[in-house]
Design a protein around this ligand. Structure first.
Ligand code: SAM
Length: 393
């Protein structure tokens, strides 16, 4: 880590510890602006699409996360807590969702702007009916130099046994499965719908049988809830070819009662595993990779840590997000999106939409994780962030 990063890291932690944010006593249900985001600017002078648009911090657009549904069958306390996401929650109606044709059109336009990687997410993406049809449509999209996109998906794995073969056949290349522990009681408590861990493990096995390689497992670590599962998770997946990644509990959205005291810094995760299974750092696969990689010294594979709270990576973020209803978000922690659904549905040409995307990206200036503090993270201050299930995790 560079010296300036170390200083910034220490300052951020000190700031957060000082201003430890209390667990919100009242959770706030937020969808966002009822689908009315900011209007993207097409600009008067249209230019040919290109992949070099820089935002105000010199970042270029390279990957896109698309939320295909805002619904999920889990109620993970850190993401879609039951108290907020109950039967009265105003989920989007089918007409409000982008259709498969709209998602494919938008993806094709993004690919002309340098986007090479697409991650489908949600909500639980496998709940979107006929998702494999969308995957097949996206698998046909080509970059300007004729390459297929890197097409991947994040799932809670609950219906993977049923879907894995169809996803693979449709052209999905990679998979990430979320799994917060191996202890059945802990896992059921984390997902808060009493879902058994055995079924997710079986879903992962089904994905391997279907031919998915290098499957990644995401474990959100919440101190005091599942951090004692870290070493057993590492032990379970060590040597299996599956890459386990530990994510710091983040203050996404405005309803998960985030509290710094429940964040276990990644360096502690590494220390705990290293004490049992010695590790060494590995270079990033590419610039902007969110996970820091570590490998077992005995050669039995690698793990990763995603430290978006304690070691921010805003400066190399190349990612945009499309919400379930077609709003473009420039940051996971944003509170406003840009309404591309209206553009898609009001007869604009691909060239006009491409210009609107370039113009939207060009004014991007966010760096939320670098300035995180009690003001930015506490919904009672009025800074209401969009929910992760809607914007896509
Ligand atoms: N339902 C799918 C799944 O479970 O993977 C996709 C959506 S989910 C929002 C995507 C990822 O975000 C999951 O790995 C989830 O654990 C993670 N996530 C959700 N809320 C989080 C939070 N507050 N902090 C860190 N990670 C979070």
């Amino acid at each position: 880590m560079a010296v300036w990063q170390k200083h910034r890291f220490t300052a951020i932690i000190e700031n957060m510890v000082e201003k430890a944010i209390p667990v919100t006593s009242k959770v706030i249900p937020i969808r966002i602006d009822e689908g009315k985001g900011l209007t993207p600017s097409i600009g008067a002078q249209l230019i040919a699409p290109h992949g070099n648009t820089q935002d105000k911090r010199g970042r270029i657009l390279r990957d896109l996360r698309i939320s295909v549904t805002d619904r999920c069958n889990f109620r993970c306390t850190y993401c879609m807590p039951k108290e907020v996401f109950d039967q009265n929650y105003p989920y989007l109606s089918h007409q409000e969702l982008l259709s498969f044709e709209e998602i494919t059109r938008l993806t094709t336009i993004f690919s002309t702007l340098g986007v090479e990687k697409i991650r489908l997410t949600g909500g639980e993406p496998l709940l979107r009916k006929n998702l494999e049809v969308l995957i097949e449509m996206l698998a046909h999209v080509r970059t300007p130099d004729g390459k297929p996109l890197d097409l991947t998906l994040t799932t809670n794995g609950s219906i993977l046994r049923k879907k894995a073969a169809a996803l693979k056949a449709a052209g999905l290349q990679r998979l990430t499965v979320s799994l917060d522990g191996l202890d059945d009681a802990i896992f059921r408590k984390m997902n808060d719908v009493d879902f058994p861990v055995a079924d997710v493990l079986d879903g992962i096995a089904a994905a391997q049988e279907a031919g998915f390689e290098n499957i990644k497992i995401n474990m959100v670590v919440k101190k005091g809830s599942n951090d004692h599962e870290i070493v057993s998770m590492a032990k379970h997946f060590k040597g299996s070819g599956v890459i386990l990644r530990f994510i710091e509990f983040m203050d996404v959205g405005s309803s998960n009662g985030w509290n710094m005291a429940e964040v276990l810094p990644s360096k502690e995760v590494i220390a705990r595993i290293n004490a049992v299974f010695p590790l060494e750092p590995v270079n990033a696969n590419y610039s902007g990779e969110v996970a820091q990689r570590w490998r077992y010294i005995d050669g039995s594979g690698e793990i990763g840590v995603i430290s978006s709270v304690t070691q921010t990576f805003c400066h190399e973020c190349t990612r945009a997000r499309i919400s379930t209803d077609g709003q473009m978000y420039l940051c996971l922690f944003a509170n406003e999106g840009f309404d591309f659904k209206t553009l898609l549905r009001s007869g604009q040409s691909d060239l006009e939409i491409a210009n609107a995307i370039m113009n939207t990206w060009a004014v991007r200036d966010d760096h939320y994780s670098e300035i995180r503090g009690s003001h930015t993270a506490n919904p009672s201050t009025g800074s209401r962030k969009v929910e992760m299930s809607y914007i896509g995790g």
